[in-house]
Design a protein around this ligand. Structure first.
Ligand SMILES: [Zn+2]
Ligand SMILES: [Zn+2]
Length: 239
């Protein structure tokens, strides 16, 4: 009987070390929780957001609305970026986009859920920034759309997939190259009814905010009363 128990214990120990080896932190190679890809220490070391302006997400020493937003507010009412765009996020993003690894979208969405906007009023609808046909063909997927669908499922908030659309190449030809660069022409209204709705745009990386600005204008033109943005990461300008 004793022999059987020690065999069982040995079997259990072997199983446990086998599973521990399976779940190793991909940054430091320490063991981590089953189903996870980061150990607790590396997770805590991720570049969580510093104090920012709640409207434009630019760094702010007080965490209050910045002077620029007070003087000339953007079309979106608030924005939140779950992380700052530093290591390891920039490397993961490269793997996702250049390595065409759609599985990273689920990882990014689960990380966004650990660092989410605090609000008493959740949005009614989520929307994503549509990708151009060329980009879709190149990459095979639209990361903004993938994140949006993962978050929609987790938060049980519906997506309005047709609220924004990409203008076709022929439509864009009406504008000069300079005009296209300046005003980020390429997005257009989906002409759906968003009257009175609180709409949240989901996107991967916020850089200048110009795409979100254009998207927010188009959503408000369809009746949205509040438009916010939730992005995976924000690039931080060198000062
Ligand atoms: Zn680690
Ligand atoms: Zn601001």
């Amino acid at each position: 009987m004793r022999g059987k128990w020690s065999t069982l214990h040995k079997f259990r120990d072997n199983c446990s070390s086998f599973f521990n080896q399976l779940f190793t932190c991909e940054l430091c190679l320490d063991a981590c929780e089953p189903g996870s890809f980061l150990c607790g220490r590396c997770f805590n070391d991720l570049p969580f957001p510093a104090l920012t302006c709640p409207q434009c997400s630019e760094p702010s020493t007080t965490g209050h609305r910045c002077g620029r937003c007070q003087a000339s507010p953007p079309a979106f009412d608030y924005s939140f970026c779950s992380f700052q765009y530093y290591h390891p996020l920039n490397h993961w993003m490269h793997r996702c986009k250049e390595g065409h690894d759609i599985r990273m979208a689920k990882r990014f969405a689960s990380l966004m859920l650990t660092s989410r906007p605090l609000s008493d009023h959740p949005p009614d609808t989520l929307v994503f920034i549509p990708a151009s046909r060329r980009r879709l063909l190149q990459r095979g997927f639209n990361l903004s759309e993938e994140l949006c669908h993962h978050l929609s499922k987790a938060l049980k908030i519906p997506v309005a997939p047709n609220a924004l659309r990409r203008t076709s190449h022929s439509e864009q030809r009406r504008f000069s190259a300079a005009a296209r660069r300046q005003s980020n022409i390429g997005l257009d209204s989906g002409h759906i009814d968003l009257t009175g709705r609180h709409v949240m745009i989901i996107d991967d990386v916020m850089t200048t905010g110009s795409t979100l600005e254009q998207a927010a204008r188009l959503l408000k033109s369809q009746g949205a009363s509040i438009v916010g943005a939730w992005c995976f990461a924000r690039t931080v300008r060198a000062v």
